[in-house]
Structure formats: structure tokens, C-alpha cells
Design a protein around this ligand. Structure first.
Ligand SMILES: Nc1ncnc2c1ncn2[C@@H]1O[C@H](COP(=O)(O)OP(=O)(O)OP(=O)(O)O)[C@@H](O)[C@H]1O
Ligand SMILES: [Mg+2]
Length: 235
């Protein structure tokens, strides 16, 4: 059964630039189903990050409606929008922003502190998330004692530990070598299969694109092409 988790209707986003306005997104219409593994590609400035920020409820459209898990992101209160992000949406960025004074374990646990779990529950969840990315042995290390690829895997664990319905990854491999890019894409694909998390990427990286099951090409803020690479799994 198909199950729409993200519904974008006539999304336009304008930014004030000096005295004028710049249209970063122009009338975007897209739907994503639960469990999709999809990427936005397109030239720099085509609107990928702007669109991911709207889906992630970090920003609102100027016109149109973005329904994320049935909620209109523009109409959410500050609190509701924070709840959506704290419980349902995980983020992975190009720079993984681990907190340097905390251990790997604490960096992942951090994502759970805004939720109501006991310390024991958090321990179970953090160790499971570190296991997903093969890093249980590094739990007590500080970020400056691990490699870049390991750092991005910690960022995946931090984003996935709360088992979000949606995982947004904005150019997650931009700072990784080829080997680590493949490692993290395989990990994310496995989590997509096991947890049915919906993954949305933005990328310039051919290595990332080869894992995508759907690629949405953006150009000048418009959808230029929307291709399904692998038939939708029976759900
Ligand atoms: N806060 C802002 N104020 C003004 N213009 C902005 C703002 N954010 C983005 N833009 C503009 O909107 C356009 C789309 O930006 P966006 O960051 O979404 O592109 P992108 O596709 O993610 O590019 P890249 O591949 O370089 O990350 C760009 O021209 C950018 O300069
Ligand atoms: Mg971007």
C-alpha cells in the first residue's frame, strides 16, 4: 500500500535580496511515499537545500503547501515544528557538527535528551544506533580521535537513534572519500530497508546517485525531471 508521507503542492519560495526578491523555488509539486530512498540533484543554486529545509520544517514556503506527515509546516507553532523535528525527522549534513567535548556515545544520546526516556532506555537506544553504523567500539572516544568517515557514521547514528520517519541528508558525502561514501550509503540503504525510514538526499555525487531509487532533478527552482530508478517495493 502506498502511503504518502510528504505532499508538496505548488511550493514557491522567494528570498528578499536587497530591494528585490529572488525566486529560489517555483511551483514545485511532488509527493513522496513512506520508505522512499530519493535524491534531489541539480546545479548549485537550483534549490535543493531550500526544498529540504522546507520539508524538514526548518523553513516555510512563500506560497503553496508543504504537508509533512499530514501537517502543514507553515501552520505549525514554534513548539509543534520543534516536536516534528525532535521526534519524526532526522538530519545529516555535509559537516557533521559533532560536539567536540562529548564522547561519541554522548553525541548520539544528545538527540534523545529532548524526548522522555529513562537513562537505561537511552543507553539501549544509543548502543543499538551505534551498532547500526558499526561503531559500538568507539562509544567512549571523543570526535577528534575518530576519522571523517567514522564521524559521518556517528552523525547517522545521531540522526537515526530516535527512529525518525524521515531522514534528510544534505550532501552527506561531500567531505568523504569514495570508500567511505559507499560505506555510509550502504548503511543508510540498510536502515531504509529495515526501519522503512523515508530518506531524502541532496547530492552532486555520482556515487550517491547510483544508490537512489528515485532522482528528482531541479533546475532554477523547478522540477526538470523526476525519475523512478527501481520500481516501488510492494508495501
Ligand atoms: N536565505 C537566503 N537568502 C537569499 N537567497 C537565498 C537564501 N537561501 C538560498 N538562497 C538562494 O536560493 C537559491 C537556491 O539555494 P539552495 O541553497 O537551495 O541551492 P542548492 O541547490 O542547495 O545549491 P548547492 O548545490 O550549492 O548546495 C540560490 O540562488 C541561493 O543563493
Ligand atoms: Mg545545498
Amino acid at each position: 500500500m502506498k502511503n504518502t508521507i510528504i505532499n508538496l503542492k505548488n511550493i514557491t519560495k522567494r528570498f528578499k535580496v536587497g530591494d528585490g526578491e529572488f525566486t529560489a523555488l517555483n511551483n514545485i509539486n511532488l509527493n513522496f511515499q513512506k520508505g522512499e530512498f530519493a535524491g534531489f540533484v541539480g546545479p548549485s543554486g537550483s534549490g535543493k537545500t531550500t526544498l529540504l529545509n522546507i520539508i524538514g520544517s526548518l523553513d516555510s514556503p512563500s506560497e503553496g503547501q508543504a504537508l509533512v506527515m499530514g501537517k502543514d509546516v507553515a501552520k505549525l507553532s514554534h513548539r509543534e515544528s520543534a516536536d516534528l523535528r525532535n521526534y519524526h525527522i532526522g538530519f545529516i549534513f555535509q559537516v557533521y557538527n559533532l560536539l567536540p567535548v562529548y564522547t561519541v556515545y554522548e553525541n548520539v544520546e544528545f538527540a534523545l535528551l529532548l524526548q522522555n526516556h529513562t537513562k537505561a532506555e537511552r543507553h539501549k537506544m544509543v548502543m543499538e544506533a551505534l551498532d547500526w553504523v558499526g561503531l559500538t567500539d568507539l562509544a567512549d572516544k571523543k570526535p577528534d580521535r575518530i576519522s571523517g568517515g567514522e564521524g559521518q557514521r556517528v552523525a547517522i547514528a545521531r540522526a537515526m537513534v530516535k527512529r525518525p520517519e524521515i531522514l534528510i541528508a544534505d550532501e552527506p558525502t561531500a567531505n568523504l572519500d569514495a570508500e567511505n561514501a559507499h560505506i555510509i550509503l550502504k548503511m543508510m540503504k540498510r536502515l531504509n530497508d529495515e526501519l522503512n525510514t523515508t530518506f531524502l538526499f541532496s547530492t552532486h555525487d555520482e556515487k550517491v546517485m547510483q544508490y537512489m531509487e528515485r532522482i528528482v532533478h531541479l533546475r532554477d527552482g523547478e522540477v526538470e525531471k523526476d525519475s523512478i530508478i527501481v520500481a516501488e517495493k510492494d508495501k
